[in-house]
Design a protein around this ligand. Structure first.
Ligand SMILES: NC(=O)c1ccc[n+]([C@@H]2O[C@H](COP(=O)([O-])OP(=O)(O)OC[C@H]3O[C@@H](n4cnc5c(N)ncnc54)[C@H](OP(=O)(O)O)[C@@H]3O)[C@@H](O)[C@H]2O)c1
Length: 265
C-alpha cells in the first residue's frame, strides 16, 4: 500500500518539470492525480509517463484538463469537476509558475501583472476553490512552490522575487486561518532545479545550459537540484510524517540560501 493510497490530489503545472515529477511520485504512492496546465498535448504526454510509472494493478487514474490559473472560472470548473468525479480533494500542489527578468526601471505593467497573476493569485484561486472540499473531508494538505527568489533578492528579478515572496506570506496566513480545519499549508523554496522549462522563455532552450552552468557553483553542496529532490520533499509534506508541520517555508537548495553571491571583501 502506498503512502497516498486513497488520496485525491491536484498538481498544477503537472505537465512538465517539477510538477510532472511530483504527479509521477504521488501516483506511484497510490494517489489519484489531477494535473492541469495550458497545453493539452504536454499534459497528455505527461499522463502517459505517469501511468507507465504505476504497478500495473491500478484502481486509480490520472485526470487532466487545460486550465490557465490566471482565470478564476477555469480554476473553479477544474476543481469542481475533480471533486465531483473522485469524491473530494485531499491534496493540492500549487506548482504552476512563470519566471521573467527585467531591470526595475524597464518593467512594463503587463509583466508585473503576469507574474503576480500566475505565481501568486493562481495559487490563491486554487486554494480558495479546494478549501470547502478539504474542509468537508476533515482536513488536507497544500504545498506551494515558491523559490529562493522569494526570500533572497536578485537583481533584475523584482517581479518574480516579489510574486514568490507574496506567495510565501499568503501561504503562512492560510496556515493560520485553516489550522483549525485540519488543513496544513507549507512552502518549498527551491534553488536551481534543472530539466524544467522555467528558464526557456528568458534564455531560449539553447541558452539554458549556460545559465545552469553559472548558477550551479552557488549551491554549497556542490550540485543543482533534481525534480526528484522536490518530489521527495513534496511527498513528505503531504503525508502523516509531517502532520505537525504547517506554515513552514523550507529552502531546498543545497545550502544556497546560506551563501552570499559576492566575495566576503
Ligand atoms: N526550476 C527551478 O530552478 C525552480 C526554482 C525555484 C522555484 N521553481 C518553481 O517551481 C515551479 C515549477 O517550475 P519548473 O521549474 O518545473 O518549470 P516549468 O517546467 O516551466 O513548469 C511550469 C509549469 O507551469 C505551467 N504553467 C505556466 N503558466 C501557467 C498558467 N497560467 N496556468 C496553468 N499552468 C501554467 C506550465 O505549463 P503550460 O505552459 O502548459 O501552462 C508548466 O507545466 C514554478 O512555480 C517555479 O517558479 C522552479
Amino acid at each position: 500500500m502506498g503512502r497516498l493510497t486513497g488520496k485525491i490530489t491536484i498538481v498544477t503545472g503537472g505537465g512538465t518539470g517539477i510538477g510532472r515529477a511530483i504527479a509521477y511520485r504521488f501516483y506511484r504512492e497510490g494517489a489519484t492525480v489531477a494535473i492541469c496546465g495550458r497545453r493539452r498535448n504536454v499534459l497528455e504526454t505527461a499522463k502517459e509517463e505517469i501511468l507507465a510509472g504505476g504497478d500495473g494493478n491500478e484502481d486509480r487514474t490520472v485526470y487532466l484538463d487545460t486550465v490557465d490559473v490566471s482565470q478564476s472560472e477555469e480554476v473553479g470548473r477544474f476543481v469542481t469537476t475533480v471533486a465531483r468525479a473522485f469524491g473530494g480533494v485531499d491534496i493540492l500542489v500549487n506548482n504552476a509558475g512563470i519566471m521573467r527578468f527585467s531591470p526595475l526601471v524597464e518593467m512594463e505593467e503587463d509583466l508585473w501583472s503576469d507574474l503576480l497573476e500566475v505565481n501568486t493569485l493562481g495559487p490563491w484561486r486554487m486554494m480558495k476553490a479546494v478549501y470547502p472540499h478539504m474542509k468537508a473531508r476533515g482536513g488536507g494538505a497544500v504545498v506551494n512552490l515558491s523559490s529562493i527568489a522569494g526570500h533572497k533578492s536578485l537583481p533584475n528579478v523584482a517581479g518574480y522575487c516579489s510574486a514568490k515572496a507574496a506567495l510565501t506570506m499568503m501561504s503562512q496566513v492560510a496556515a493560520l486561518e485553516w489550522a483549525g480545519d485540519g488543513i496544513r499549508v507549507n512552502v518549498i523554496a527551491p534553488g536551481l532545479v534543472e530539466d524544467t522549462e522555467l528558464a526557456d522563455p528568458i534564455f531560449g532552450k539553447d541558452g539554458v545550459p549556460a545559465f545552469y552552468e553559472k548558477l550551479r557553483s552557488l549551491h554549497p553542496l556542490g550540485r543543482s537540484g533534481t525534480t526528484d529532490d522536490v518530489a521527495d520533499l513534496a511527498l513528505f509534506l503531504v503525508t502523516e510524517q509531517s502532520s505537525w508541520i504547517t506554515g513552514a517555508m523550507i529552502p531546498l537548495d543545497g545550502g544556497r540560501h546560506l551563501a552570499t553571491n559576492r566575495p566576503p571583501v
